[in-house]
Design a protein around this ligand. Structure first.
Ligand code: NIG
Ligand code: FE
Length: 401
C-alpha cells in the first residue's frame, strides 16, 4: 500500500539546516515506512500510488517520542502536593513514608484492569498531542509479581493502541516496606527477578533511581551488571536532587541516557559525551518540585551531548499529560531554543530509547508523523495549554480522529 501525503511544510529535523525544513514537501508512505521524502517538485516520475492526501500547507513533523514516563500506577498524590505547598520538601515526604511508597501501595491494591484503564486514558491524552512512541517504566510494583503486572499492562497498551510502547524495568526505584533497612537484600532480589521479567519479554531497558532517598552508586552498579549480563541497555535517574556521580556510572555502562541531571557536574557531562549518552531533561519535574538548580544546558551543548525532553509523567513529581507544555517549559525554564526542544522530543528522544528508525522524516524511517494547525514549527513550543494537533499517522496508518 503506497500513500502520498503532499502539500506539506516538512520540518524533517534531518540534516543540519534549520528544522530540516522543506517547503511544499511530500511524503511517500509504503506500508509502515517512509519510502521517499522531499520537495513535491522533485517527486520521482511515474509513481503508482494507492491513495493521496492534500495537507493544504500544514506543518508536518516526526511523531513525538515521550522517552521517559511512569504511566502505570494506582491512585494520585494531590494531598502530598498540598503538604509540599505548606512547606514539606519532596525528600521530607519520601522519608516520612509517603512519596513513591504511597503510590506502590495504591498500585499493588489496584486490579490489572484498573491499572490498564487508568494508564490507557493517560496514554490517549499524550497521543492527542502527537505522541507516537512512548516509554513506560515500572517502579511502583517493587516485587516480582507486581513489577511484572505493571510491565504487562505497558505491553498491552502497545498492543491495543496505535503507538509504539517501549518498556523499562525500574524496580530499583524505591525500597519497598517489606525490605525496610535491607536495601542490599532488595537489590539482590531485583537482580534475581530481572532475568525472569526479561524471559517473559517484558523488558526493553533497565533504569534505577540513584539518589540519597533511593539507591547508592554501588547498588545501582549491581543492577546495571545484572542488566548487562542479559544484554539489556541501561538508563538512570541521575543527579536529580544531588550530585551522586550517577551519570558517570551510567556512562561506564554505555547508558542510552541519564535523566533529570539538574545537579550534574562537569565530570558527569564529559563522561556522558564520551559514552554517547543522551541527556533527558524533565522540565515538568523541575517545575512541579519548584527546583532552583537548573540542569547544565550550556555545558551539555558545548560537549555535544544530545538533549532530549520528556514528560516524566508520574503522580509524585510530574503529573502532566502535555508533551507540548514540556516543549514550552524546556524553552522558558531551561532556555532551549524551540528547535532544540522539538529535536529533544523527536530525534534525540528516539536515540534515548535506542531507536534508530524514527525521530526524523527521511526515507527508510518509520512512517510516524503529525500534521499541525500552525504556520511554523516554532509555534509548537510557543502556544501552551493548546492542542494544535490536526492529523497523526503512526506506522503508516492515520489514527481515527
Ligand atoms: O522521575 N525521581 C524518581 N522518580 C520519579 C518520581 C516518582 C514519584 O515521586 O512517584 C521522577 O521524578
Ligand atoms: Fe522519572
Amino acid at each position: 500500500m503506497k500513500t502520498l501525503w503532499r502539500n506539506a511544510r516538512l520540518a524533517t529535523l534531518a540534516g543540519d539546516t534549520p528544522w530540516g525544513m522543506i517547503e511544499r514537501g511530500a511524503l511517500l508512505v509504503d506500508d509502515a515506512s517512509l519510502a521517499w521524502v522531499g520537495a513535491e517538485a522533485d517527486l520521482p516520475r511515474g509513481l503508482t500510488i494507492d491513495a493521496e492526501h492534500d495537507l493544504r500547507g500544514a506543518v508536518v513533523t516526526p511523531g513525538l517520542v515521550d522517552c521517559h514516563t511512569h504511566l502505570v500506577y494506582g491512585g494520585e498524590r494531590a494531598r502530598e502536593f498540598e503538604l509540599r505547598l505548606a512547606g514539606a520538601s519532596y525528600e521530607d515526604v519520601a522519608r516520612a513514608g509517603g512519596g513513591i511508597r504511597s503510590t506502590v501501595a495504591a498500585t499493588r491494591a489496584a486490579s490489572d484492569d484498573a491499572l490498564f484503564a487508568s494508564a490507557r486514558a493517560r496514554a490517549e491524552a499524550l497521543m492527542a498531542e502527537g505522541v507516537t512512541t512512548l516509554e513506560i517504566k515500572s517502579g511502583y510494583g517493587l516485587s516480582a509479581e507486581h513489577e511484572a503486572r505493571c510491565l504487562r499492562v505497558a505491553r498491552r497498551l502497545g498492543r491495543e493502541l496505535a503507538l509504539t510502547v517501549r518498556t523499562t524495568c525500574l524496580s530499583a526505584h524505591a525500597l519497598p516496606p517489606e525490605f525496610a533497612g535491607r536495601a542490599d537484600d532488595y537489590i539482590a532480589a531485583v537482580c534475581a527477578w530481572l532475568p525472569v521479567l526479561h524471559e517473559e519479554g517484558l523488558v526493553d531497558a533497565v533504569d534505577a533511581f540513584c539518589e540519597r532517598i533511593a539507591f547508592t552508586t554501588g547498588q545501582t552498579r549491581r543492577v546495571f551488571a545484572a542488566a548487562r549480563a542479559l544484554g539489556l541497555p541501561v538508563k538512570l535517574h541521575a543527579e536529580q536532587l544531588s550530585d551522586m556521580g550517577g551519570a558517570a556510572l551510567a556512562a561506564e555502562f554505555g547508558a542510552l541516557s541519564s535523566d533529570h541531571l539538574e545537579h550534574l557536574g562537569e565530570g558527569g557531562v564529559q563522561a556522558m559525551a564520551k559514552a554517547g549518552s543522551v541527556a533527558v531533561l524533565l522540565p515538568g519535574a523541575f517545575y512541579f518540585l519548584r527546583e532552583k538548580q537548573l540542569p547544565p544546558v550550556a555545558a551539555l551543548r558545548a560537549a555535544g551531548v544530545p538533549i532530549a525532553i520528556a514528560t516524566d509523567h508520574n503522580p509524585g513529581s510530574s503529573p502532566t499529560l502535555s508533551p507540548l507544555l514540556m516543549l514550552s517549559m524546556a524553552c522558558t525554564l531551561f532556555r532551549l531554543t524551540p528547535e532544540e526542544a522539538l529535536r529533544g522530543m523527536t530525534v534525540h528522544a528516539a536515540r534515548a530509547l535506542g531507536l534508530a528508525d524514527r525521530g526524523t522524516l527521511a526515507a527508510g524511517q518509520r512512517a510516524d508523523f503529525v500534521a499541525w494547525n500552525v504556520q511554523h514549527p516554532n509555534e509548537l513550543a510557543y502556544w501552551f495549554g493548546h492542542r494544535p494537533c490536526a492529523r497523526v499517522v503512526a506506522g503508516g496508518e492515520e489514527r481515527a480522529r
